[in-house]
Structure formats: structure tokens, C-alpha cells
Design a protein. Structure first.
Ligand SMILES: Nc1nc2c(ncn2[C@@H]2O[C@H](COP(=O)(O)OP(=O)(O)OP(=O)(O)O)[C@@H](O)[C@H]2O)c(=O)[nH]1
Ligand code: SF4
Ligand SMILES: [Mg+2]
Lengths: 595, 378
């Protein structure tokens, strides 16, 4: 155990965690140069395409130091605010953290929030100044910021570069000398914490474990304490680039277990695994359930795929414990699920993963936050779907969730950032100069105003020089009204949204205009209306198609043309029939894409 | 009767909207001609009994070939196939290639019909399309060809351009009129995937013309053609009496055609086949004497649907009585076309007389919608 180090890499988004991980994997010879690519650990297609980490990724390295060999378990974590839950789970499996700070950017919002997560778990922090190869790096200035933030000695900060490999040896040395080895009792009854799980179509569920106490041998019978289910450890091992089978795992180790679990609901991340023959007295403290920030309906494009969608979501949930869902139905879309997401990026990723990994084409409805409705009768209802809002005559008042937002930006952008936040109904609570040029602004704002496109807008008004982090604070009463959209006179529940009364008229107009742009012309005229209660606040019309022809049937390629028309006869992908109107996915998100 | 098509897969530069198969790397032109000659030789045994009445050089840009290259292709055609002595031999020509010398060469090779890719008479449009010619060349080339003796000339025009106006289109047509050509094709600009234009539209830097504008331009085109004695015989094609394109007619009339060259399509014994759209692989395969083609045999449903799709594109329309009786035994009652099954919208777009269904001229732009609605799907 003295020769094990468990650590994670944490930082603000894009500060270079995964790239630095590449260098560590390379230097320790964990992966060959042939296997190495940029951000090797980002192995999901989506991660590679978007160039961001979505899931934490654990991998074991071996390293010699002063004649001793060490096992180093590294966990690379995502930086995007939507995935901070991944970070907190990784932290629970570690004794130390590399806190990466981009030397050209300095401390940003998630640098701070992820640091606090690590400190709460008493992790040893190794601050690293990354991207030192860039000419715009400001080592002195950023070191000052780090020293100020964590109260370390400037000499503790390691200058490094994930591009050139600068500092990698110093980092490996610091991991071994500064991070404490895991403490646990190998002789005690097995106590292992599930910190992640993945679903593999061939092997069933693979749970990732941190062994806290005791040991486990392959083949032994185990119990998952929270679910109270028993299985045999068919296979155990450690996490290389692939799974590496082992006979035994013991206290301090990070590894995996495959135990023939096929049902997604039978593994709970945060659960404790112990031996049936010699159980441990208590479960380790698990994880708090993540609270979703955004809700939206997910519906199959083809109503017949409902059951299959449920299966797919259950499997996806295994890989992503933060996804929550329950069945719901919509007059417009039929049967589907109301899902909770950590943010808009998370929602987008879930939708894409359903499509790619499970071949499910889905429609997501207009996202919303979770409201409280108080009725005249004195009931309090949780409203995760605008359609569930009681009739105004029965409604006393509505509360919406607020957040504490922390925005770090340069002095010159303070004005425009403030304007944006105030426009979004934010109230300034605090303003602190971190350095002469970096300001931290604290706002209290309605969550509903920031989950959608706030981050993009913030980036625009600050030319990219603002970072943003938030935490839920409390619910407050708000003047919200339900804005409905009607297609040819029929209200489409999946397009309804709760909107602040002062913005409702204006938004109704903008939504109608946007829908006019997004809904393709059809064989008949479509009337679009926005309504608050019985009052129509905006209308637009989409005239019938007048042109539907591919002008050139060229070079005798009749086949292609015929196939196109056959497809046209079958109907379009990603379009949902709502009444007799075909509505594309983009239309359901129109509400979010207004300027 | 049959047609022969040569696909010449080279262009000087890529036009913004074009998704035809071509390469701007012209270093292997001669190897390509050899491979095409080889393909013709390999295929010829299947086509021995056919009588070829048309030969068509398309592309790409066949007009960039030199005399020797064209000669080799024609020589192979005459050697391996039965070509009618009065065959219509057409050449797609770009204005920038139509020098006096070249035009004369083409005459000596027996080319009887030119299809000239003018597209527009305005420099700003031609530049935007990334065409290799300018407005001046567009105006001069047709005159030059006529002076040399070409008397069967077609020109291509594109309308429905982004930001275009009816006025602009009128002016284009007025210039076209002054050229005294026998035939013209007018295509609506379509945004095809994998083109520069598609990229621009996606990114938002180009906004396609609104449907209303395209429709206005189309309606004007129809009345202009009528006034000037052109018959609107296919959605995008207009001809003076006796000057329809025979070769293109084959595609629409289910006549067999042999396509030679990368990406070329063939139709033979109710089988469709197409060559790979890749110059280097095409040459490589043929150097191994392998035909680089894929194909499909038409099912009865495919035949039925093609008859509808092709029929509605022509002024002749579909002979529904015949179609129904031919396919009843194979596809059953459900496939049959009848007025009662048409939606009011589609019924209003068709002219129906003596069992012949045709698109009304002013509704022709909705031909795909109507075709899809009439298709049989199992
Ligand atoms: N010049 C330079 N670029 C770097 C360095 N480290 C990372 N980058 C670049 O910075 C970008 C982000 O790097 P990643 O390693 O994906 O960052 P990350 O922190 O893992 O990002 P998330 O996981 O999405 O939070 C990539 O384009 C890298 O190539 C460095 O040391 N020098
Ligand atoms: S339009 Fe003609 S000349 Fe232009 S790229 Fe296409 S094939 Fe070549
Ligand atoms: Mg990363």
C-alpha cells in the first residue's frame, strides 16, 4: 500500500488535463507511442469530436522512483461545469489532486470550484502551471494567483507543458513524495466503494472500485450493501488502457469487478461492496444524489420505440449516474420520459449518445427548470413540466429556483458582464478584485435564465475572457406565466414554456418568428400562434410548399433520384408528426435560440 | 436503340454548386482515356446487338480534352459498337474552351451538337459560382460556334440564385434570346451536399433565394419560352421544334444507355449500374481488366416508381391506363393510380385527360412531391 498513489487531475475546462495525462502515460510507459493519440483518455467518439472530456477516466501506471516501483492510479476528470459530479466521484477515490492552471488564462471559475471539492475531501493539492510553452504564458502572475488561492509556497507550483513534456518528471516525483499513500487495513473485512460503472454489451455491468479496506479474490461471493444483492466476482482487475485481470485486489487499489449484473438498476454508484463470507460492519459514505438543473421530455421519433428507448436510457444511466428520468406523456408527442440533466451540454450529450450508442432517434422538448407551484388549496407542487402547471384560477403563486453565480473576468469586461446579468434578472451580491485586473462578480440569478444560452452570451460579451460557475441557492416567488404555442389552432404541449411575465409578449413574437424559420413548409398552410392563457400574443403563417424538385436528373443517375423520392414518401428523420404538421427537432429548442 | 455516354472526370476548377464527379488533378488524363477505352472494350460484348443513335461527352468538362484524346474515345466507340452513321454526337462545352481551333477540331470529329455551360451573363454571378469563364466569353463563344457551322446548340442557364431578382432573370433571358440557340436548359440552383455552396449555406454566409422568388422566375421562364417558340418538354429543358436532346431523352424514356468513365451510369435490360466515382481507383481497376461497377436490378415496384417519376418530368406525362394494367398483376390493387386516391392538392396540380396524367406547367416545380405521393411502397 505504501507504493500506491491515487490521484485525479482537476482544472477549469480546456486547461490541459487530458493532454498532460498523455504525457504522464507516455513517460511511465503505460501506453506505447503507437497507442498514443492526442487526449488518449478521451476515448468516446463524442469526446474526440468535441475536444472535451465528458466522463472521468481512470488508468493505472507503474513508475520507478529511487529504486522503488510504484503503482499510480490516475483519474482524468472533465472540466465543464455540467460534469462536476464526475469530478466529485473521482475525488472520493483519491488521496491527491493535480490542480492544473493554464498559465495563459490564470485561475478561472471551475479552478476554484473543483479545488474546493478536493479540499473538502482533504486531498493533497499539487498545483501545476500548464501550457508554459506558449509565449503568452504569465508564470509570475498566475503563480501569485495560485499562491493566493491555496496558500501554498510559490516553489510548490510546478511549471509544465502538456505539449512539450516540460515538468513531467517533477510532477511524477511530487505525486510520489507529496501525495500520501492510501491508508486502509488489508486484514479488515472488504469494504470497497463503487465510484463509477459502465455498461458493456458483452460483459454486462463493469463497476469501478476503490478498495478502502480488506481484499477480494476473483471468484468470491460479494454483496452490494445498498441494493442488498449478492453476486460472484467473475472477474476482477485493474484499469490499464484496457481491463487487466488480477487474482486479488486489496486496500488502496483502484480496480474493477465484473459480476454478471445485467440490470442497470442493480448497481448504484456510491454503493459499498463487501464479502458475503465476512461482511464489513458499515457502508462507506456514498454520494449525494445529483440534483438535475434542467428538465426536458425525451420522446422517440417513432412512437413504437418507446420500450426500446426505456431500455437504452437505463443502460445509459449506468454510464452516467447523473441522468434521471421518469415516464410522462404528451398530447403532442405520445409516451416518453421527463429527464433531468445537469445542464444543456449534458442534455445535448445524452441525446447524441442515445443516437450513436443505441441507435435511438429522439425528440427533446423545450427544456425548463424545476418550479414550485402553490395552489389556492395550500398544496405545494413540484413542476418539472410546464404543462403540469395548474390553471391560473387555482394557482396562488409560483416559485422558481435561484442560483449563486460566480463570474471571473477581466476588469474591462465588468460593465458588459453586469449588463448581461441584469438583463437576465440577476442581482449583484459581491465584487472582488482577485488581482488588479481580475474581478470575481457574484450574482444571484434565476436558474431558468442561465441554463440555456447564458454561457454563450457571456463568452460573447467578454470576448471569451469570462468564466462562470454556479450553485443552487433557494426558491423565490416569481411572476411567471405559461406561454403556449399553437399549430393550426392546436396547442402543442411540448412547446410550452414558463416565462417571466415582463418578457412573455416579446418572447412570444420571437418564438413564432423562429419557428417560422425552422418548420419547413408543408403541403398546406400552417398558422403559428403564441398564447398566454386564452390571449393570442403573436402570430405568423408558413405558406404551403411551392417548390419541391431536384432540377437536374443528371448523367442518367435515375437510381439516386428514385431512392430520394422513396425516402421522401416514408417521411423525414428527426421530424415528429404533431397533429398533421411535421416538426423538426430544432423547433423544440427554438425557444432557447432567440437573440 | 441505345445511347453512349462518356464521363470526362476533369475540370479546371470546382464550381461552387457542383456535386458532379470530377477532379481538378489532370495529370492522369491520358491514363484515364486508356482506361475508358478499356472499359468500352470490356463492356462491348453485352451491347453487340444494340444500335447506338447518340453519343454524349459529359462530365466534368469534356471540352478540356485535346483532339487526340477525343479521337481515341470515338475510335473505340466505332470499333466496338454499332454506331448509326447519323448519330447525334453531343459535347458539353465550357465557354473558356471554345476557341476557334477547338471548335473546328470538334467539327472534324463529327460532333454535331454543343451544350454550352454559360450559366449566367454577369461577371459577379460567374465569379460567385467560381466558373472558369467570364461574361464576355459567354457572349462570344456561341457566336463563334455558329460562325463555324454548328447549328444545334444548347445553352445551360441557372436561376433562383441567392439575392437574385425577377428583373435580373429577365435580363439574362433577354440576352439568351439574342443568341438564337435551338435548345436551352434552365436549372434552379440546388444546394447539394458536399459542395462549397452547401458549406456556405450551413454557415449562414449564403441565404438561398426564397421559394416565392424562385417561383416567380420559373413562371416568367415558362411564359418567355412560349413567346419565343420553345417547347417546355421537360421540367428544365426547352427546345425549338425538332431540337429536343435525343440523348437526354433516352434517360427519361427508359431507353438503354451505356455509360463509360468514373461515376457514369448505365441502363441495360432493366438493370441499372454505375461506376465508382474515383479516378485513381477507376484507372487501377481497369488496368487489371476489372469493371469498377455496382448495380441493381429493378424490381417491379422500382419500375413502377420510375415510370411515375420520369413520366411526370416530361410533357408527355404518364400513361396511367397502361401503367395500371402492366403492374396490376405484380403489385396488386393497392398500387394502382386513380383520381379518387389523390389529395385535392395533388389533383389540382395534374392535368388528366384520356388516361394521361401530366403535371400542369405552373405546378411542375412540385413534381417531386406528387411523384412521392404516387409511389408504390410495399
Ligand atoms: N500549447 C499548449 N497547448 C496545450 C497544452 N495542454 C493542452 N493544450 C491544448 O489545450 C486544449 C485543451 O486541452 P485538453 O487536454 O483537452 O484540456 P482538458 O483540460 O482535458 O479539457 P476538458 O477535459 O474538456 O476540461 C487542446 O487544444 C490542447 O491541445 C500545453 O501545454 N501547451
Ligand atoms: S459545373 Fe461543370 S465545370 Fe463546374 S465543376 Fe461541375 S462539372 Fe466542372
Ligand atoms: Mg480533458
Amino acid at each position: 500500500m505504501k507504493h500506491i498513489r491515487n490521484f485525479c487531475i482537476i482544472a477549469h475546462i480546456d486547461h490541459g488535463k487530458s493532454t498532460l495525462a498523455d504525457r504522464l502515460l507516455q513517460t511511465t510507459g503505460t501506453i506505447s507511442d503507437r497507442q498514443l493519440q492526442e487526449q488518449t483518455l478521451d476515448d468516446m467518439d463524442l469526446e474526440r469530436e468535441r475536444g472535451i472530456t465528458i466522463k472521468s477516466h481512470a488508468i493505472q501506471m507503474n513508475h520507478e522512483h529511487e529504486g522503488q516501483s510504484y503503482v499510480l492510479n490516475l483519474i482524468d476528470t472533465p472540466g465543464h461545469v455540467d460534469f462536476s459530479y464526475e469530478v466529485s466521484r473521482s475525488i472520493a477515490a483519491c488521496e491527491g489532486a493535480l490542480l492544473i492552471v493554464d498559465a495563459t488564462q490564470g485561475i478561472e471559475a471551475q479552478t476554484i470550484s473543483n479545488l474546493y471539492l478536493a479540499l473538502e475531501h482533504d486531498l493533497e493539492i499539487i498545483p501545476i502551471l500548464n501550457k508554459m510553452d506558449l509565449p503568452s504564458a504569465d508564470p509570475e502572475g498566475v503563480t501569485d494567483q495560485i499562491v493566493e488561492l491555496i496558500g501554498c509556497d510559490p516553489s510548490d507550483v510546478i511549471p509544465a507543458s502538456g505539449k512539450t513534456g516540460q515538468g513531467v518528471d517533477a510532477i511524477l516525483e511530487a505525486i510520489i513524495t507529496r501525495i500520501p499513500h492510501p491508508k486502509g487495513d488489508v486484514e479488515a473485512p472488504l469494504q470497497a466503494m463503487v465510484f463509477d460503472s459502465v455498461f458493456n454489451p458483452f460483459r454486462g455491468i463493469i463497476a469501478y472500485l476503490r478498495i478502502i479496506n480488506g481484499s477480494i479474490n476473483s471468484g468470491e461471493q460479494v454483496k452490494f450493501i445498498n441494493t442488498d444483492k449478492k453476486y460472484y466476482a467473475d472477474e476482477i482487475g485493474v484499469l490499464g488502457l484496457d481491463l487487466i485481470k488480477k487474482k486479488t485486489l486489496s486496500a488502496g487499489d483502484v480496480g474493477y469487478i465484473i459480476s454478471g449484473i445485467k440490470n442497470a438498476r442493480d448497481v448504484k454508484v456510491g454503493d459499498t461492496v463487501t464479502l458475503v463470507s465476512r461482511p464489513c460492519p458499515a457502508a462507506v459514505k456514498g454520494f449525494e444524489d445529483v440534483k438535475p438543473m434542467v428538465f426536458a421530455g425525451i420522446y422517440p421519433v417513432d412512437t413504437e420505440d418507446y420500450e426500446e428507448l426505456r431500455n437504452s436510457m437505463e443502460k445509459l444511466q449506468l454510464n452516467d449516474a447523473s441522468l434521471v428520468f421518469e415516464p410522462e406523456s404528451s398530447a403532442a408527442l405520445g409516451f416518453g420520459f421527463r429527464c433531468g440533466f445537469l445542464g444543456m451540454l449534458h442534455m445535448e450529450i445524452i441525446q447524441e449518445r442515445l443516437e450513436r450508442e443505441f441507435n435511438m432517434t429522439v425528440i427533446t422538448t423545450v427544456p425548463n427548470v424545476s418550479y414550485y407551484a402553490y395552489t389556492r388549496k395550500g398544496e405545494k407542487l413540484v413542476i418539472n413540466n410546464p404543462s403540469d402547471l395548474p390553471d391560473p384560477s387555482k394557482l396562488e403563486y409560483v416559485e422558481e429556483p435561484y442560483i449563486k453565480a460566480s463570474i471571473i473576468t477581466k476588469g474591462e469586461y465588468v460593465g458588459s458582464v453586469m449588463t448581461l446579468c441584469i438583463e437576465k434578472r440577476g442581482e449583484l451580491r459581491n465584487q472582488v478584485y482577485l488581482t488588479s485586473d481580475r474581478v470575481e462578480l457574484s450574482f444571484e440569478m434565476p436558474l431558468g435564465e442561465i441554463v440555456f444560452d447564458f454561457y454563450d452570451k457571456l463568452k460573447t460579451v467578454s470576448r471569451g475572457y469570462a468564466s462562470f460557475d454556479y450553485h443552487p441557492s433557494e426558491y423565490k416567488e416569481s411572476k411567471l406565466v405559461k406561454l403556449d404555442i399553437l399549430l393550426n389552432g392546436d396547442q402543442v404541449d411540448a412547446l410550452s414554456a414558463l416565462i417571466h411575465r415582463d418578457h412573455a409578449h416579446n418572447l412570444g413574437k420571437k418564438i413564432c418568428l423562429k419557428l417560422k424559420e425552422l418548420i419547413p413548409r408543408q403541403q398546406f398552410m400552417i398558422a403559428l400562434q403564441a398564447a398566454i392563457g386564452a390571449k393570442i400574443v403573436a402570430r405568423e403563417t408558413i405558406s404551403a410548399v411551392r417548390k419541391d424538385v431536384t432540377a437536374k436528373c443528371y448523367g442518367g443517375d435515375i437510381t439516386r433520384k428514385r431512392k430520394l423520392l422513396e425516402k421522401q414518401k416514408k417521411g423525414k428523420k428527426r421530424m415528429r408528426q404533431v397533429g398533421n404538421v411535421e416538426v423538426p427537432q430544432a423547433a423544440f429548442l427554438a425557444v432557447l435560440k432567440l437573440d | 436503340m441505345a445511347g453512349l455516354y462518356f464521363h470526362i472526370p476533369f475540370c479546371k476548377q470546382a464550381c461552387t454548386y457542383c456535386d458532379f464527379h470530377f477532379s481538378t488533378n489532370r495529370s492522369n488524363e491520358d491514363e484515364m482515356i486508356s482506361a475508358m477505352v478499356k472499359e468500352l472494350e470490356l463492356r462491348s460484348s453485352d451491347w453487340r446487338t444494340q444500335h447506338f443513335e447518340t453519343i454524349y461527352f459529359g462530365g466534368g468538362s469534356p471540352s478540356i480534352l485535346n483532339k487526340g484524346q477525343l479521337h481515341r474515345l470515338l475510335e473505340a466507340a466505332y470499333k466496338h459498337l454499332r454506331v448509326d452513321s447519323n448519330a447525334e454526337i453531343s459535347m458539353e462545352a465550357n465557354p473558356d474552351d471554345m476557341s476557334k481551333d477547338k471548335l473546328q477540331e470538334w467539327r472534324t470529329l463529327g460532333i454535331s451538337r454543343l451544350s454550352v455551360g454559360l450559366q449566367s451573363f454577369q461577371n459577379k454571378r460567374l465569379t460567385w459560382m467560381n466558373r472558369a469563364h467570364n461574361a464576355e466569353e459567354a457572349l462570344a463563344c456561341v457566336k463563334r460556334a455558329q460562325d463555324i457551322g454548328f447549328n444545334n446548340i444548347s445553352i445551360d442557364l441557372i436561376y433562383g440564385l441567392p439575392t437574385s431578382t425577377l428583373e435580373e432573370w429577365r435580363e439574362e433571358l433577354a440576352i439568351a434570346k439574342s443568341m438564337n440557340v435551338q435548345h436551352f436548359s434552365a436549372y434552379i440552383l440546388t444546394v447539394e451536399e458536399r459542395t462549397a455552396l452547401h458549406h456556405q449555406v450551413k454557415k449562414g454566409s449564403v441565404k438561398p433565394a426564397p421559394d416565392e422568388m424562385v417561383e416567380d422566375q420559373y413562371n416568367y421562364l415558362c411564359s418567355w419560352a412560349k413567346e419565343n417558340g420553345f417547347e417546355h418538354y421537360e421540367i428544365s429543358n426547352f427546345a425549338q421544334k425538332g431540337y429536343r436532346s435525343k440523348h437526354n431523352g433516352n434517360y427519361w424514356n427508359w431507353v438503354d444507355y451505356l455509360g463509360v468513365g468514373p461515376a457514369a451510369h448505365s441502363f441495360h435490360n432493366k438493370q441499372r449500374s454505375w461506376n465508382i466515382a474515383h479516378n485513381i481507383n477507376y484507372i487501377k481497376k481497369l488496368s487489371e481488366a476489372v469493371l469498377p461497377a455496382h448495380g441493381e436490378a429493378l424490381s417491379k415496384a422500382d419500375e413502377f416508381n420510375e415510370t411515375i417519376m420520369l413520366g411526370l418530368r416530361k410533357t408527355e406525362g404518364i400513361n396511367v391506363a397502361l401503367l395500371n394494367s402492366n403492374y396490376l398483376a405484380f403489385l396488386g390493387e393497392d398500387a394502382l393510380l386513380s383520381k379518387e386516391r389523390l389529395s385535392d392538392r395533388h389533383l389540382a396540380m395534374l392535368s388528366i385527360e384520356d388516361g394521361i396524367w401530366k403535371m400542369k406547367e405552373l405546378d411542375w416545380l412540385l413534381c417531386d412531391e406528387v411523384s412521392a405521393a404516387l409511389f408504390y411502397s410495399a
